[in-house]
Each structure stands twice: as C-alpha cells, then as structure tokens.
Write a protein that binds this ligand. Structure first.
Ligand code: SF4
Ligand code: SF4
Ligand code: SF4
Length: 263
C-alpha cells in the first residue's frame, strides 16, 4: 500500500511553525516511515501537486489566498493547520480592529519615507480582514501554539494516520503550571491567560515567570473549564481575563461581537 503523500503550504506567517518541524529529531521518527513528504519549501527543493495530506501554516489575508486554500482543500483528503496564525488568525488579526485605510495610514504615514511605498501598500492593505483557515475551508485538525510544539505535531499526525482521537488537551495551562510548581504570576502583579488557555505547552511561558498570552487558544468552553480556584483566589472571572488580553485571541472577541450583533 502506498504511503500518504504530505505537502506543506504557508500563508501569512513567519514560518516558525514549519521550522519547529524541521528541527524535530527523535520525535518525528515514528511518523516519517509512514508518510512521503512531497512538498516542504523549508526543507527540500522538490514540489508536487499530488498529495493526500495538506499541512497549512499562516492566516488567510488576500483574495488570492482564499482561492489557493480552496484549491488545496479540494485536493487534500486531510487538512491540518499548524500554529496560531492558521488556527486563530495570529497576532496579525489585531489589524481587524481598524479599517484597511486606518492600518495603512498608521504603518506608512508615521514613518519617514513610508509614502514611497504607497503603491505596494495599496495592494497589501486593500484587503477585507485576516482570517483563520477554518473560517474559509474545513479543517480536520488544528495544532495550536506560537510556535507549535513539534512533538505534539508528530503525535497528532500519527493519531490521524492511525484513526485515533487527537491528543490535544482541553484543560487550562494552569494545570501544567501547577504541576511544574511555578509561582503564579498573578502574585507578581502580572495578568495571565493560563486559567482559560488550552494546555499542551507544558506552561512554557509561566515556567520562566512570564504571563501566558493565550497562543494556544482557549479551552473549548472557557466559562465552564477555566481554572476556577486561581480565578477565585485573585477575584477574577474568565471574562475579566479575556477582556484584558487579546494578542492571540482577538478571534474570540470578534466572534462574541458578531454573536451580539446577530441577537
Ligand atoms: S504561529 Fe507563530 S511561529 Fe507559527 S507561523 Fe505564526 S507567528 Fe510564526
Ligand atoms: S494563572 Fe498563570 S501563572 Fe498562575 S497558575 Fe495559572 S498558568 Fe500559572
Ligand atoms: S504559556 Fe500560554 S502563551 Fe506561553 S506557550 Fe503556553 S499557551 Fe502559549
């Protein structure tokens, strides 16, 4: 039986998630024997349009991106996204708070020589908005994080190939943070999204005394699954934290606003 053919594609992104895969060593060994990688710009020159599994990095920005992702979806039997850009729209989604004209004025008119780039700026900024991949096409699995955890990528791909359920946790980062015996950053006067953010990074940021910024997105129901003991201790609700930080989670804010508008 032939092995599934895997191709990687990048949209608006820094390509850091693909790099996390390139840098995998032992963790990928269980997977590489089961697949044929036919396209992976960061790691090889060859490219093929004949693939079964598409792995997508980056957010959908331009009308040409919409056409391209739909074409990829039509070809792929399985489509997996990697990273917060593809999963949530990335940090770049914060641009959706303003009109394309306002963004262009902010970026180009405030910087010396910026207006020299006006023609290119018009091309780039004349876009409706940043979107996550699953807002445009069906996604079979989303691997969260900025960047992704390469080991989690290998485990999810293996589970998909074996028809097993996906090993992506649905509990908050606080669980991992407590296991790691960290001092809660709320004690340091910082605001942490750990109580509402999906675990799986082994509390990478709070282990170093930094706040969680929510790069893995929210647990499936942040009002029900939040780490209530931490919230209660600091006199907070899930909504309080959601309002304070939107670096990676502006998608949820937009969805809440859209829901209110539709009521
Ligand atoms: S999720 Fe982060 S690391 Fe991955 S492509 Fe986007 S910005 Fe880069
Ligand atoms: S709020 Fe942040 S620092 Fe505190 S326990 Fe949760 S993840 Fe750790
Ligand atoms: S602690 Fe939060 S921001 Fe840091 S990697 Fe984990 S989910 Fe992302």
């Amino acid at each position: 039986m032939s092995k599934p053919r895997v191709a990687f594609f990048d949209f608006a992104s820094c390509e850091g998630c693909q790099l996390a895969i390139v840098n995998l060593e032992e963790a990928i060994i269980d997977v590489v024997g089961l697949i044929d990688i036919v396209s992976f710009r960061e790691a090889m020159k060859e490219h093929s349009e004949d693939y079964d599994i598409a792995i997508i990095e980056g957010s959908i920005t331009r009308p040409m991106d919409v056409e391209r992702i739909k074409k990829i979806r039509a070809q792929a039997k399985i489509l997996i996204t990697i990273g917060a850009c593809a999963h949530l729209g990335g940090v770049q989604r914060l641009a959706n708070q303003w009109t394309p004209e306002e963004n262009k004025a902010e970026v180009y008119h405030r910087h010396p020589g910026g207006t020299e780039h006006t023609t290119d700026a018009n091309k780039f900024f004349n876009q409706p908005r940043q979107r996550a991949v699953d807002e445009v096409v069906k996604v079979d699995a989303a691997i969260p994080g900025c960047p992704i955890n390469g080991t989690e990528f290998a485990k999810v791909l293996l589970a998909l190939l074996q028809g097993k359920s996906l090993p992506i946790p649905d509990y908050p980062v606080c669980v991992e943070c407590k296991k790691n015996e960290n001092i809660c950053v709320f004690e340091l006067g910082k605001v942490c999204m750990g109580p509402v953010t999906r675990a799986g990074c082994d509390s990478a940021c709070t282990n170093r005394g930094h706040e969680c910024e929510g790069c893995r997105g929210l647990v499936s129901d942040p009002h029900m699954k939040a780490q209530t003991d931490v919230l209660e201790k600091y006199g907070l609700t899930a909504d309080d934290i959601l309002r304070r930080k939107t670096t990676f989670t502006y998608r949820y804010e937009e969805e809440a606003q859209a829901q209110k508008g539709g009521e």
